[in-house]
Ligand binder design. Structure first.
Ligand SMILES: *Cc1c(COP(=O)(O)O)cnc(C)c1O
Length: 507
């Protein structure tokens, strides 16, 4: 018989009092929150970012904190509302047509409700046991999306990761372990003196790639930069000579990373040809489709990723052009076996030695994360309700709109448009005839800052060939060609005001 220990005093009062677990309170709060969000979503005025001073915001936030810390205070509806109002109003207005600056979108609001369920039912999804539905749904979505890639149904794998940065890190680790299997246990120093493993990437690759190269022990100095052409794609003719020159320097290039939609201009590398070269050279072929992977769901745009089936691994952010909240990244491997190659660990408390029907659905061995959000659920629910057309239509609209913006800009003599857009990103400069460029080297950046301060439009900037340029990313179906024309007149106004200031200063 079990006797209770009188020296242990369980105070039942500690386990009651607070109403934080009360379902009715939850419902009432939820109704309040949803009403506020409904209003927020319905607000369609043209506006950019009204960025607050972080120190002021910090004080405002502090003022909203309860100072009582001895006992649990009663629920304070007013305080909660004030916090929610502050949260809603301090960010980039991603649903406004003035938002043209970044790669995250005004999301499909229903996805937010699914996210709410994920938070409440709390089913971390690395193990089937904890997240049964998310784990089977990952398999369903893998097959749905593989329709557009075309691998053999049972031979490939897909895992979700929190962001493409982590996806690419995971894939490059799998590549490294595949080519140099002993590094996992012996470390990179085991290769001492033989050769230096290296990774070839486009000059325009996202910084997440060089970051991963640093983390997995290859070292940034072992990045072989592949030259790009005028369209800012990897120059196919230069790939073989660049790889051969690297070999001659004692580097062993084991992986090549291409972009399907670069961050700066949205350029698509020619995957088909790169796939041939990597196969011939026995190099792992990784495709960073963080931005442009979504174009696969569109019949009109899929050809940009021609050759994707040749990739050994491929990341695709559904939180960019699939209009989902951050984050939901899909990491694909052509060869299912290799998806288990990134991490070689055994942990008896979670991994079963003999797989059973449940553990077959676990993704923990393929995943960096242990406790992981059920990232797939938002995508799957929307896909179940609406199918691919919802996503395809929206991204086709945005890519067509970008073509239109290109035409509008080309017709304006005081604007220089820097590339023919392939997706929904466009870079250009305002170069009026009264500008003497050497007098004002940061002119584009100054315009961008002035536009931001104006509070009507939010655009970004990027260096193209080391010269500043303006950049728009259309992530928002509220934007139409009139907004583009309005933006151009705002830019002209800002630019001319800046030039007038300079002239005044010089007297
Ligand atoms: C956005 C982006 C990334 C980074 O993806 P996260 O999901 O933000 O980690 C990587 N590569 C490209 C080309 C991108 O556009």
């Amino acid at each position: 018989m079990y006797l209770s220990d009188p020296s242990i005093n369980i105070d039942q009062r500690k386990n009651s009092g607070a109403d934080v677990f009360d379902p009715e309170l939850f419902r009432k709060s939820a109704e309040m929150v949803i009403a506020k969000l409904e209003k927020y979503l319905g607000e369609s005025s043209i506006r950019g970012l009204a960025l607050s001073n972080p120190y002021v915001l910090l004080e405002t936030a502090k003022d909203l904190m309860n100072e009582e810390n001895e006992s649990i205070p009663a629920f304070d509806q007013e305080k909660l509302e004030a916090i929610i109002d502050l949260y809603i109003k301090t960010g980039i207005p991603v649903y406004s047509p003035g938002y043209m600056g970044r790669q995250f979108s005004g999301v499909i609001p229903l996805a937010g409700l699914i996210d709410l369920i994920s938070s409440i039912v709390n089913q971390p999804s690395s193990f089937y046991e904890a997240g049964p539905l998310p784990n089977v749904v990952e398999r369903i979505m893998a097959n749905e999306l593989n329709q557009f890639i075309g691998w053999e149904p049972e031979s490939f794998a897909m895992v979700t990761t929190s962001g493409a940065t982590l996806g690419t890190l995971t894939a490059l680790l799998a590549a490294r372990n595949h080519k140099f299997p002993h590094i996992w246990s012996e470390g990179i120093s085991a290769l001492e003196g033989q050769y230096r493993p290296a990774i070839a990437v486009s000059e325009d690759a996202h910084y997440s790639v060089s970051r991963a190269v640093g983390i997995i022990g290859i070292g940034e100095n072992q990045i072989v930069r592949l030259p790009i052409n005028k369209e800012r794609q990897i120059c196919i003719d230069k790939v073989r000579p660049t790889l051969e020159a690297a070999e001659a320097r004692g580097l062993k290039v084991f992986c090549l990373v291409a972009s399907a939609g670069t961050t700066s201009v949205g350029a698509f590398d020619r995957l088909d040809e790169l796939g041939e070269i990597t196969k011939e050279k026995n190099i792992w072929f990784h495709v960073d489709g963080a931005h442009g992977g979504s174009l696969l769901v569109s019949d009109q745009l899929r050809h940009k990723l021609k050759g994707i089936e040749k990739a050994d691994s491929f990341v695709w952010d559904a939180h960019k052009m699939m209009f989902l909240p951050g984050v939901c990244t899909l990491l694909f491997y052509k060869d299912r076996e290799r998806s288990y190659g990134a991490f070689h660990q055994q942990a008896s408390y979670v991994f079963e030695k003999v797989p059973n029907i449940y553990t077959q659905f676990d993704s923990a061995e393929q995943n960096f994360e242990c406790t992981k959000r059920p990232l797939i659920m938002n995508l799957w629910v929307l896909w179940s309700l609406y199918g691919k057309a919802l996503f395809a239509n929206k991204l086709e609209y945005l890519c067509d709109l970008t073509q239109q913006a290109y035409q509008i800009l080309k017709a304006e003599p005081d604007f220089q448009v820097l590339h023919q857009p392939e997706a929904n990103i466009l870079c250009f400069r305002y170069l009026p005839s009264n500008l003497v460029e050497k007098d004002f080297p940061d002119f584009q950046v100054a315009i961008r800052n002035r536009i931001t301060e104006g509070g009507k439009f939010f655009i970004s900037k990027v260096d193209i060939d080391e010269i500043g340029s303006l950049r728009v990313v259309f992530m928002n179906h509220q934007i139409n060609p009139d907004h583009i024309r309005m933006l151009l007149s705002e830019i002209r106004k800002a630019g001319q005001e800046l030039l007038a200031q300079i002239t005044t200063i010089r007297g």
